[in-house]
Design a protein around this ligand. Structure first.
Ligand code: C5P
Length: 300
């Protein structure tokens, strides 16, 4: 095989609990990831040598600071002489939006290069490589609904969620995940007796549950809304237009509302208040649909 075209998907977090600060400086998380029908395109081709990336649709670095290049470089490490690759990335998933676009592109690069370079690595080995690229990467090697534990890179696959539809708000802002977690530290560390607390299982619902008003709570939401107060208005509009629940995805700024049908989601987004706001209707992608959409056979 010398070329491959893949469609990396975005994710949302259907609930995100921050449990404490870990000795490695990361935060201990409990989150429910869900792949959704918003995709980039990644075209990969073998080349005689070297790694080359071209990007369309966004301004992104094309050196090792790009997660796709970094994934390819880590994959090559210690594997002797391998051919090179030419990669072409067409971006549609907004950058630094809490939708995991960069991590998903990196996971697709790992899956694609594993095939093109005939490395025959299994999912567990790819997850180990992926977690060195970024904490969200291993999830995209599983897809569908999954619990993310540890740094978010310990993945427990869940059954596909009951069908629902999403209205996703894409504010024209970027949020640095690192900065949002620093804000969490400033607000919460002084009051935590031991920084590494355990999940308390309080009454607000656990992300392992089916998505609901209780379980989609995101512990980073208030911090991000304090920084960007217009997000509170969007959450309120989603709820007033019939969303069963509305929450921030990841470290934001993207937000979503959950609806029972596509028609309800579209109706909620049709009001004049959304004029000038980038909103989309989309559906979750279950695991089998995710792999079909990505363009690869379902992983083991
Ligand atoms: O792993 P990734 O590079 O995507 O994470 C970006 C930043 O987000 C990390 O450098 C860290 O500051 C923060 N982070 C964290 N705890 C996590 C995941 C990310 O503190 N579980």
């Amino acid at each position: 095989m010398s070329g491959l075209s893949l469609r990396p998907h975005a994710k949302i977090n259907l609930g995100l609990r921050v449990l404490g600060l870990r000795p490695d400086g990361y935060h201990e998380l409990r989150t429910r990831f869900q792949t959704i029908g918003l995709t980039d395109e990644l075209h990969l081709q073998t080349a005689p040598s070297g790694l080359q990336l071209r990007v369309e649709g966004a301004t992104l670095p094309i050196d090792s600071s790009n997660l796709v290049v970094r994934a390819a470089e880590i994959l090559r490490e210690g594997r002797g002489k391998l051919p090179g690759a030419e990669l072409f990335l067409r971006k549609r998933i907004p950058l630094a939006a809490g939708l995991g676009g960069g991590s998903s592109d990196a996971a697709a690069a790992l899956l694609g290069l594993n095939l093109l370079w005939d490395l025959r690595l299994g999912t567990e080995e790819l997850k180990r490589v992926g977690s060195r690229v970024g904490a969200d990467v291993p999830f995209f090697l599983v897809g569908g609904s999954a619990l993310g534990l540890g740094r978010g890179d310990e993945i427990v696959p869940l059954h596909d969620s009951h069908p629902f539809h999403l209205a996703v708000v894409l504010p024209p802002l970027t949020c640095s995940t690192r900065e949002i977690f620093q804000l969490w530290d400033e607000r919460h560390l002084p009051s935590l007796a031991a920084p590494e607390t355990r999940f308390s299982g309080d009454s607000d619902g656990d992300p392992v549950e089916e998505p609901s008003g209780r379980s989609v709570r995101n512990d980073l939401q208030d911090l991000v809304v304090d920084r960007h107060p217009e997000l509170a208005r969007y959450l309120d509009w989603l709820l007033r237009h019939g969303a069963a629940a509305a929450a921030l995805s990841g470290s934001g700024p993207s937000l979503y509302g959950l609806f029972g049908s596509r028609a309800e989601a579209l109706r909620a987004l049709s009001g004049p208040e959304w004029s000038g706001v980038n909103v989309i209707e989309c559906a979750p992608r279950g695991r089998a649909e995710y792999w079909r959409g990505l363009g690869l056979p379902l992983s083991d």
